[in-house]
Write a protein that binds this ligand. Structure first.
Ligand SMILES: [Zn+2]
Length: 376
């Protein structure tokens, strides 16, 4: 999901990272505060450079508010034994990266509620601090901005649209009620889709009425949420079905293998065109040497196909192209997703046990879902 990111620091053991896209948000917030919010709030009685300073202070405050929000999610997650790999700030805010899904509706509810609740409390505290003392006007303006910002953060996240916190709360409630995570996720991600489409339409309307940046922002957030809502449902369906299934269950034993001494021309003619696989294990006298895939052939010019041998091109066994038989199917799927390979070798030591193909896993998935749908 993220491209280039750097780790800033550790907070309560959680790595706080920032994605390159965060810069866009930081600049946009600083700019809109320096040019709009603060000159308006302070009635323009200060020099321009001072507003930029306040804008930067506001952006740092936003940054701290988001980290605080995500930290509260993360602390609750850790309390219930769910590993969090870190907190990442990106163009649309922040995310606490969960490695596993909560195993009960109650834990999901508590984890989801922790974020908006903490933002709401922080907002109240900032309002209190702003009202308690007679601050100099610029400081009062920053405090009041941050107080409203945190109230807005709490409110926006409470919208019942998965994967926003409110959508997670909704899912937890439905999940607890009917004890069916798949159905609960389906409803929550459908409300998420509806909300994001509404946000996109509102954004277009704003653009047409002249608010270009504000409108574009809504369209972008809406598109991001739409994708996340659709994906989260698929993820639940797939991970529920594949959870705890070892790859040996989908494996095809006795796969077609190729000997190392044949030429690329023979490989293409006798194997690739005949079996339509993109990858073949290379085996010599029962010993697994590696694999050869269509990807490696792309580097060989067509006129060289008669001379180049499989042995000279093969890719050695590595965690990128092979898995152990006891590997979780979910993990194998994630690996295929990462490397783009649709077939992996199932290997034990130096021995080839079989091949696991994406197609077989998907077939298993649809079969399992069909059977479970009917039995319900
Ligand atoms: Zn949250």
């Amino acid at each position: 999901m993220f491209g280039n990111r750097i780790t800033l620091f550790k907070l309560f053991g959680f790595a706080v990272r920032v994605d390159a896209s965060w810069v866009v948000l930081a600049v946009l917030v600083t700019w809109s505060l320096a040019k709009g919010w603060f000159p308006f709030a302070l009635r323009g009685s200060y020099p321009d450079s001072f507003y930029w300073l306040l804008g930067a202070a506001g952006a740092i405050g936003l940054f701290a508010s988001i980290i605080f929000h995500e930290l509260c999610h993360s602390l609750v997650a850790r309390k219930y034994g769910l590993p969090i790999s870190g907190i990442t700030l990106f163009i649309f805010g922040g995310v606490a990266e969960m490695e596993e899904q909560p195993e009960s509706a109650r834990v999901e509810f508590l984890m989801a509620a922790a974020g908006p609740a903490s933002s709401f409390v922080l907002s109240l505290m900032l309002y209190g601090a702003g009202a308690a003392i007679q601050w100099p006007a610029p400081i009062a303006a920053v405090i009041s901005y941050l107080a409203s910002l945190n109230a807005l953060l709490a409110a926006f996240n409470l919208v019942p649209a998965f994967p926003l916190d409110g959508g997670r709360i909704l899912r937890a409630a439905l999940w607890g009620w009917k004890d069916n995570l798949r159905w609960a996720t389906k409803i929550a991600s459908q409300t998420g889709s509806i909300f994001s489409i509404a946000l996109i339409l509102w954004g277009f309307w704003a653009i047409l009425s002249g608010n270009f940046i504000g409108g574009l922002w809504r369209v972008m957030i809406g598109m991001f949420l739409k994708r996340a809502a659709d994906m989260s449902y698929q993820q639940v369906v797939v991970s529920r079905a594949l959870q705890g299934e070892p790859v040996s269950r989908f494996m095809r034993a006795d796969p077609v293998t190729v000997p190392p001494h044949i030429t690329v021309a023979e490989l293409v003619e006798d194997y690739a065109y005949r079996y339509h696989y993109k990858m073949f294990p290379v085996v010599d006298d029962g010993r697994l040497l590696g694999c050869i895939s269509t990807r490696q052939l792309k580097d060989v010019p067509r006129e060289g196909w008669g001379a180049a041998t499989v042995a000279s091109l093969l890719e050695k066994c590595s965690p990128d192209n092979s898995v152990a038989p006891e590997t979780d199917a979910m993990r194998a799927l994630a690996k295929m997703n990462q490397t783009g390979a649709s077939r992996l070798m199932v290997v034990s030591g130096e021995r080839l046990l079989g091949i696991i193909a994406l197609k077989d896993m998907l077939q298993f998935l649809s079969l399992k879902m069909e059977l479970e749908e009917n039995s319900r």
